[in-house]
Design a protein around this ligand. Structure first.
Ligand code: CAA
Length: 403
């Protein structure tokens, strides 16, 4: 598994102050502390490529049979984001590449599809990349639940982190709880309704997981949920416990089963398709040693809506495959933005008329969107980019950028 989060963030204390909202609402009401902000030279492609680099460490790129790119921040109606990664991370011409969409749930659809491909031909390795920028209108209730980031993972017949169980329970229904028409940069959302649909989908998916021969609630050690904001995980777990007959689950038991999976998401924010897998990585990086050999349940929710409940057993040697210090460094080295810089980064617009533009160099990651020419996005590795990173000194509009 590999992860990436942009090198810039806004402290929600700053946002609360400016919007005149008590910070406690964001901190304890939503369970969010900070949110990642993408600079003008980062998007779903650059973030996904960065996460894929980590996932492929020590693995020859030529051995990847298929790359699936799950996103709801797509940059093209026709060309798959996976194609840009194909070149950036050096995959073979024999590697198939495509993009999937069903809100935050498409990464899970990619995982299930990848599992079938591997079952069919056990020598296959499939790379799944989930990458998104979550953006709502300024000063709307959704604003503190924004974020950005990517997760990539490899699906193979010899898993090193998690062996998936066969039972999967899913539920699908055509509803309008959250959507983003092609002409909008920000999502439309019926917030309270979306929470109700999430919980309804969780209940239905769990029942079908049970019916498909899934593990009883008591036999599952940890639970990871799709996390639009981290308190959604606690809400979901309390609701599931009730459905599973544990009406009075002690707050301590609730915290123990869910809390380690919330740590990264609390500081990065919503990452849509990557959110559930960021939570899984957070669990793997933070759970006590007893996690090895334990069972983890995962609930994926994609507005619109579709959900899936499934589970897996953690490999005894999973710790050797991860580098938690690297993940913590990604977070600790980020630059805290002023509210002005947050607005500048949000408002930065790429041309839509075919004119040529070079983006200011801002990213601290391994790839960047260098510009646009003749309607074509130009990506480059930052190792070869030769542009002065002056955004930190002057901001995007000459204003102070970092706190
Ligand atoms: N101190 C402590 N807590 C406070 C507080 C204060 N001063 N003021 C309010 N709170 C608490 C509230 O009691 C509430 O907690 P509970 O839900 O446990 O009761 C919590 O803070 C949020 O308060 P509100 O319900 O008043 O919040 P809101 O109206 O501002 O909106 C939201 C919350 C609907 C989640 C909004 O942020 C939103 O629309 N977010 C985007 C949509 C979303 O995330 N939907 C989730 C399901 S859909 C999905 O999962 C897909 C996806 O990724 C988008």
């Amino acid at each position: 598994m590999g992860m990436y989060a942009p090198g810039y963030y806004l402290d929600l204390k700053t946002l609360a102050e400016v919007r005149g909202i008590p910070f406690e609402k964001f901190r304890s009401g939503l369970g969010q502390q900070e949110m990642a902000v993408t600079p003008p030279d980062e998007d779903a492609v650059t973030m996904g490529a960065a996460a894929a680099l980590e996932a492929l460490e020590g693995i020859p790129p030529a051995s990847i049979d298929t790359i699936m790119f799950a996103t709801e921040s797509g940059i093209d109606q026709s060309k798959a984001a996976a194609l840009y990664l194909h070149r950036l991370i050096g995959l073979s011409p024999t590697c198939k590449a495509f993009e999937l969409k069903q809100a935050c749930c498409s990464s899970t659809m990619a995982l299930l599809m990848a599992t079938s491909l591997v079952k069919d031909s056990p020598d296959r390795r499939v790379l799944v990349v989930a990458s998104d920028v979550a953006r709502y209108d300024t000063a709307s209730p959704g604003e503190p639940t924004q974020g950005a980031g990517a997760i990539a993972f490899l699906v193979s017949a010899d898993p090193r982190l998690l062996v998936l169980d066969t039972a999967v329970g899913s539920h699908t229904e055509d509803v309008m709880d959250f959507w983003r028409p092609n002409y909008r940069e920000t999502a439309c959302v019926d917030g309270k309704y979306s929470i109700r649909v999430y919980l309804h989908t969780l209940g239905k998916s769990w029942k079908r997981y049970e019916k498909a021969g899934g593990y009883p609630f008591e036999d599952i050690n940890y639970f990871c949920y799709h996390l639009p904001f981290t308190n959604m995980g606690s809400k979901a777990h309390a609701s599931l416990a009730k459905i599973a007959g544990h009406d009075h689950l002690a707050p301590r038991a609730l915290r123990r089963a869910v809390l380690p999976g919330l740590i990264y998401n609390r500081r990065i924010g919503n990452t849509y398709t990557a959110s559930l897998y960021l939570s899984l990585l957070s669990l793997l990086d933070h759970a006590p040693p007893g996690l090895a050999g334990g069972r983890v349940a995962l609930f994926s929710y994609g507005s619109g809506s579709m959900g899936a409940f499934f589970s897996g057993r953690v490999m005894p040697s999973y710790r050797r495959q991860l580098d938690p210090r690297r993940h913590k460094r990604i977070l600790s080295r980020r630059i805290q933005l002023t509210i002005e810089a947050y607005h500048d980064m949000r408002d930065y617009a790429l041309p839509c008329d075919g004119s040529t533009i070079k983006t200011p160099r801002c990213t601290t990651g391994p790839f960047r969107l260098a510009g646009i020419a003749e309607h074509k996005r130009i990506y480059e590795s930052t190792a070869t980019a030769n542009v002065t990173p002056d955004v930190l000194r002057h901001g995007l509009s000459g204003r102070v950028c970092a706190v």
